[in-house]
Design a protein around this ligand. Structure first.
Ligand code: TLP
Length: 346
């Protein structure tokens, strides 16, 4: 059976060039700072994001966690969207490990936080009842807001607010290269107003494993210490970093194809009965659709599609997510749409 796997861009497999680079990678002990391939990846990542330094970590979850631990102490508060990956899907790590208090503000459908609401959430530092506000966390692109992109203009407003109150800004940039490609600007501009940025090599960029934390040199030194604390100090990690370097060199520009495929998928799906979806809102590679009351549930739709080889994710009882990525071609989008038509009717 033909399989079209749209569950996530995390399912991408490494390219032949990545496997070759992994085979040939020059290696050393990275905890001792001696893996030349990891060192090169960290230098390239910092340079791409316009930051002083970077540290390679095993996952996006750990990347966000080391950043939160480096920004906030126990009993301090991090303001984040109610749909933030860090809030929803990271096992409560910052609270469990760091004693960090998450304070949510509603995400707007475009992935932003309303800045008046953020300001209202900032605590009075002189009132002993309150945790101390320390950090604003943003996500770009925003996974649960259908891959929405935060603009540099919005980020500049967040920066101004954070500076007024002496807060830091962390950007969960798991898909920051999707944001940069969609905006048509360098990733350093997308990252400019964040103090720290995490990004993933193992999503749309198709490397098998790994994320980076980028920021000022002293911050990255702290993040490296937190990585060690969490057990994320890896030894000959250059086998992984080698694939990451190929990802940064060869897999960024093609993200535009994923965005075009996602838009076409959304346009086709929006025409089907029971699907509530505005294709104009799809800016990158994530399509989230709602199912109208009375239509199939998300689990029923996902099961019916999977029985025909089209895999999608269930994000809520009446919500489905489809993600385009390397390995999904235009013909796979056609097949996905044909299958959805067969399941839901025209
Ligand atoms: N997201 C995964 C799932 O965990 C939901 C996905 O399939 O999209 N930040 C953002 C914005 C993410 O979307 C993810 C992964 C992470 C962080 C965590 O990355 P990993 O999976 O490497 O720990």
């Amino acid at each position: 059976m033909r399989i079209v796997d749209l569950r996530s861009d995390t399912v991408t497999l490494p390219t032949p060039a990545m496997r070759q680079a992994m085979f040939e990678a020059e290696l050393g002990d990275d905890v001792m700072g001696e893996d030349p391939t990891v060192n090169r990846l960290e230098a390239v990542a910092a340079e791409r994001l316009g930051k002083e330094a970077a540290v390679f970590v095993p996952s996006g979850t750990m990347a966000n966690l080391v950043c939160l631990l480096a920004h906030c102490g126990r009993g301090e508060e991090a303001i984040m969207g109610h749909r933030a990956h860090t809030f929803l899907f990271e096992a409560g790590g910052s609270a469990a490990v760091g004693g960090i208090h998450p304070r949510t503000v509603p995400n707007q459908p475009d992935g932003t936080l309303d800045l008046d609401q953020v300001e209202a959430a900032i605590r009075d530092a002189n009132n002993p009842h309150y945790p101390r506000s320390r950090l604003i966390c943003l996500e770009n692109t925003h996974n649960r807001c259908s891959g929405a992109v935060l603009t540099p203009a919005y980020m500049a407003q967040v920066r101004a607010l954070a500076d007024r109150y002496g807060l830091g800004i962390h950007m969960d940039g798991a898909r920051i290269f999707n944001a940069a490609v969609a905006l048509g600007v360098p990733p350093a501009l997308v990252a400019r107003d964040a103090d720290s940025v995490s990004f993933c090599l193992s999503k749309g960029l198709s490397a098998p494993v790994g994320s980076l934390v980028c920021g000022p040199a002293e911050f990255v030194r702290q993040a490296r210490r937190q990585r060690k604390l969490l057990g994320g100090g890896m030894r000959q990690a250059g086998v992984l970093a080698a694939a990451g370097l190929v990802a940064l060199e060869t897999m960024v520009d093609r993200l535009a194809d994923d965005h075009a495929n996602a838009r076409r998928l959304a346009e086709g799906l929006a025409r089907l009965p029971g699907i509530v979806l505005d294709p104009e809102r799809i800016q990158t590679n994530i399509v989230i659709l709602d199912l109208a009351p009375g239509a199939a549930t998300a689990a029923e739709l996902a099961a019916a599609l999977a029985a025909r080889g089209v895999k999608v994710g269930v994000t809520e009882p009446r919500q489905v997510r489809a993600v385009t990525h390397y390995g999904i071609e235009g013909s796979d989008i056609d097949y996905g749409l044909e299958t959805a038509r067969a399941v839901l009717g025209e």
